[in-house]
Design a protein around this ligand. Structure first.
Ligand SMILES: NC(=O)C1=CN([C@@H]2O[C@H](COP(=O)(O)OP(=O)(O)OC[C@H]3O[C@@H](n4cnc5c(N)ncnc54)[C@H](O)[C@@H]3O)[C@@H](O)[C@H]2O)C=CC1
Ligand SMILES: O=C([O-])CC(=O)C(=O)O
Length: 323
């Protein structure tokens, strides 16, 4: 029987960490690609040599993309995760990465279109909502087959902070974050609970505001500690949850950047962009987008994050009109 195949473009901190989680969970054979000579081959071999301890049977292979033949090995991937690109350093915002990462995504997109146009794509490179939009432009792939990392990670942080504050098990905390994966993301208090008990019954408004702020700047907090780059362990496991739901068709409901086309009901009054909303993830990618109602304050937060994503997408449009 054919095993699943997962390609990971970019074998840096996030790509390699993800590859190890995928190998541990035996989700499929893992093909790592990177532009730096020898790095994907070396990291793939290193991960593969540890699989006897995981007791998992997967192949892990690496390919340097300066070799013109390398991307051929991506053919017929079930899932392709794109982590190629620059990571930010202290003092930078995710949007500061846009111009450079746009060029990288455009190049990666051409190869996906050529060698594996039927895969489900998970976009991680930042700013992720904008890079998901760019990858769709570069590949022409059905937007339902593309999702971006944001909410899966931001919600994980939000849940962790709530659990820490209350001294309860993280698994009993249900919470999610929607909107763009930037500083104006929207941690959604009204739909956050501990085993069904709304967090507003358990925590003061001041405490909730503190946790929201920490969640919004969660990526920056890690950048300020690391100084040379950004988070990769929590991102790695957050991507694994998405990939697992695709590969095993688990139909998990996780907030991710998905394409809003305004066609179904209100679609959050937004269209023509990728942005974080709760979606059902399965073998066909984004299988359902769930609608939520907003009160006045929530709507104001939502409109702010939509505007900021829309403005950045205009830069992508300009880029593709010239390239
Ligand atoms: N959406 C999210 O929630 C998150 C996004 N990120 C983003 O993911 C990206 C990767 O982060 P890290 O792995 O920490 O960075 P990293 O610098 O450790 O790894 C990036 C890798 O991409 C490779 N690369 C660059 N250009 C390439 C190309 N044209 N083709 C193939 N490979 C190429 C580099 O050689 C490098 O190995 C960054 O843009 C970062 O901001 C990181 C964490 C969370
Ligand atoms: O903060 C960054 O640049 C990386 C990222 O998106 C995150 O960790 O949330």
């Amino acid at each position: 029987m054919r095993r699943n195949k997962i390609s990971v473009i970019g074998a840096g901190n996030v790509g390699a960490t993800l590859a190890q989680f995928l190998a541990a969970k035996e989700l499929g054979d893992i093909y790592l690609f990177d532009v730096v000579d020898g790095v994907p081959e070396g990291k793939a071999l290193d991960i593969a040599e540890g699989t006897p301890h995981f007791r998992t049977s997967v192949e892990v292979k690496g390919f340097t993309t300066t070799n013109p033949e390398a991307y051929k090995n991506m053919a017929d991937s079930d899932v392709i995760v794109v982590t190629a690109g620059l990571a930010r350093k202290p003092g930078m915002s995710r949007d500061d990465l846009l111009n450079k990462n746009l060029e990288i995504i455009s190049d990666v997109g051409k190869n996906i279109k050529k060698y594996s146009p039927n895969s489900v794509l998970v976009v991680v490179s930042n700013p992720a909502d904008i890079m998901a939009y760019a990858l769709q432009k570069a590949t022409g792939i059905n937007p339902k087959m593309i999702m971006g990392l944001g909410g899966s990670l931001d919600s994980s942080r939000f849940r962790y902070f709530i659990a820490q504050e209350l001294g309860v098990a993280v698994e009993d905390v249900n919470a999610f974050v929607i909107g763009g994966h930037g500083d104006d993301m929207v941690p959604f208090v009204r739909y956050s609970s501990v085993s069904g008990i709304p967090i507003s019954n358990l925590l003061s408004k001041e405490k909730i505001d503190e946790i929201i702020k920490r969640t919004r700047f969660g990526g920056g907090e890690i950048v300020n500690y690391l100084k040379t780059g950004s988070a990769y362990y929590a991102p790695g496991i957050s991507i694994t949850a998405m990939v697992e739901s695709i590969i095993r068709d688990r139909k998990r409901v996780i907030p991710c950047a998905a394409y809003l086309d305004g066609s179904k009901g209100k679609h959050y009054n937004a269209s023509g962009i990728f942005i974080g909303v709760p979606i059902k993830i399965g073998k066909d990618g984004v299988e359902e987008i769930y609608e939520m109602d907003f009160n006045k304050d929530e709507l104001a937060l939502w409109e702010k994050t939509v505007l900021s994503v829309k403005n950045s997408c205009k830069l992508v449009d300009q880029f593709f009109s010239k390239n």
